[in-house]
Ligand binder design. Structure first.
Ligand code: G3H
Length: 490
């Protein structure tokens, strides 16, 4: 059953789109002979409608006098509670769309939905605590202060295709609850799964607080930025899009940026690492959701003493993974949502092989319809594209090392700085190394793969990997500013 989405949400109204539409396809075939499945269509909105959405958000903020930014915290929370209840009733439909639109496995799709509900509920609790803290007056040097957190204004929010619900809401929900007003454009893949929530957004919040538009970034997001009326750019995706949008803003130095961008998280495997545990964690770290995670392990450094053993076992474990449709039992590898991705992965393989790397696993690089089997490449060197680029897909570069300074040098030179995974038995002896690693990235995972969760932990990065911090706790702070009223004891 296809979804031809006609509605979009602006100024509290579900408007009907009359113009051109864009078809949405799944790379999953529903026929024996491979053919991408048509899932539906979305409005191909343009500048005029985008600016209507912006006007609605600006009006709802109302120079800080709008209903939403001035609403009592308890009432804002009530709106969010109404929303999350409505959202819960859409679980089956959204999980199904996650599988079809982006090819996420059934357990991971269910997890994405449930994690998002938990994220909203936990954000509400954290917001209550923030409000309790704000109720306390302070007094220093005869000056009383009532310090609280206030909204920033109008937020333009763009989410990624790999977590079209969870990561998008990790931006949108804290932005809304803090009293900002928002314009939200879903990602290209994973766009239809937002449509069951349009009515929930419309009926849960005052008009203009959440505006949802569809279309290409260049057609809708860029004109919004050009007006200079956006106070916060909230985006999870790539730095190219983030920079392009930021540059459109006439006073970009005034923009608050909440960005989750690329990463090239390394695994560093030391000679005494527990081999079985390391292989399992590296499989999950490199290939969960086919490697399409900013937190994925994207380069694996293996000490030469254990190189042979690691390479053999890792390559065999990759070839043992099950490929299939997202709803198949035990499936680990699934079709890729971006139709151009297999060709890109092939380019990276060809480049590495032409510069001296080998494909270690037998199935590496084999094509299945629009899918390419993960390729384990060894030895990868700095001149190869797979070393330099964030592959965001099923390809695993292995880099040999003899001295720990080699991966450390690479990390120090890298443009990214999100996380690292360190594998070694003697964690006490590793303490100085761990201290160094936390100064290069923001999270060191000991004997475990990189990941964002649990969502109460800070999620951020150094250098080009992020701006601001997300998590249940931090995101409320990223979307607000400390303000206070001061008075003297006279
Ligand atoms: O794509 C980046 C996501 O933040 C990854 O989240 O580690 O929970 O899969 P995750």
């Amino acid at each position: 059953e296809t979804i031809h989405q006609k509605h979009y949400l602006v100024n509290g109204e579900l408007k009907t789109w009359q113009g051109e539409t864009t078809e949405v396809y799944s790379t999953i075939s529903s026929t024996e002979v491979y053919k991408p499945t048509l899932l539906g269509s979305i409005p191909d909105m343009q500048e005029v409608e985008a600016l209507d959405a912006l006007d609605a958000a600006v009006k709802a903020y109302g120079k800080g006098q709008g209903i939403w930014p001035t609403m009592h915290v308890k009432d804002r929370i009530e709106c969010m509670e109404v929303f999350v209840e409505k959202m819960k009733s859409k679980r089956t439909q959204i999980v199904k769309l996650l599988m079809w639109e982006i090819g996420k496995s059934l357990p991971d799709s269910q997890k994405e939905f449930d994690r998002t509900v938990d994220y909203i509920l936990d954000t509400i609790e954290d917001y209550k605590q923030l409000d309790r803290d704000a109720a306390k007056f302070q007094k220093h040097d005869g000056v009383y202060a009532h310090i609280k957190r206030g909204p920033l204004g109008v937020v333009l929010c763009l989410g990624p295709y790999n977590y079209p619900l969870n990561e998008t809401f990790a931006l949108l929900i804290p932005a809304i609850i803090m009293g900002n007003t928002t314009i939200f454009k879903p990602a290209k893949h994973g766009v239809l799964l937002i449509t069951p929530l349009l009515e929930a957004f419309q009926s849960s919040f005052p008009k203009g607080v959440v505006n949802i538009i569809f279309g290409r970034g260049r057609a809708v997001a860029a004109p919004i930025m050009k007006t200079g009326k956006v106070d916060v750019l909230a985006l999870i995706g790539n730095s190219k899009s983030a920079n392009a949008l930021q540059e459109q803003h006439p006073k970009s130095n005034r923009l608050r940026l909440v960005l989750g961008l690329e990463a090239k998280n390394p695994a560093i495997i030391l000679p005494d690492a527990d081999m079985e545990l390391t292989i399992n964690e590296c499989i999950a770290g490199t290939l969960s959701f086919n490697g399409q995670r900013c937190t994925a392990l994207k380069v694996v450094y293996v000490h030469e003493d254990i190189q042979k053993k690691f390479n053999e076992r890792f390559a065999a474990a990759v070839d043992d993974l099950k490929f299939g449709n997202p709803w198949d039992d035990g499936v680990k590898l699934t079709p890729l949502p971006e139709p151009q991705k297999p060709a890109y992965i092939q380019e990276l393989i060809d480049d590495a092989v032409s510069k001296g790397a080998s494909i270690l696993n037998k199935k590496g690089g084999k094509h299945f319809n629009n899918y390419i089997w993960p390729a384990v490449l060894y030895p990868v060197t700095k001149d190869m594209r797979v070393y330099q680029e964030e592959q965001f897909g099923p390809i695993i570069p292995i880099v040999p090392f003899t001295d720990i300074e080699e991966p450390l040098d690479d990390m120090a030179e890298s443009n990214y700085g999100q996380q690292v995974s360190l594998f070694g038995k003697d964690v006490y002896a590793l303490a100085p190394l761990i201290d160094t690693l936390v100064n290069l990235v923001c999270r060191v995972n000991l004997n475990s793969s990189c990941q964002r969760g649990p969502d109460v932990y800070p999620f951020t990065g150094r250098k080009d990997s992020a701006q601001a911090t997300l998590s249940v706790h931090d995101a409320l702070r990223s979307f607000s500013i400390r303000t206070f009223v001061a008075f003297k004891d006279n």
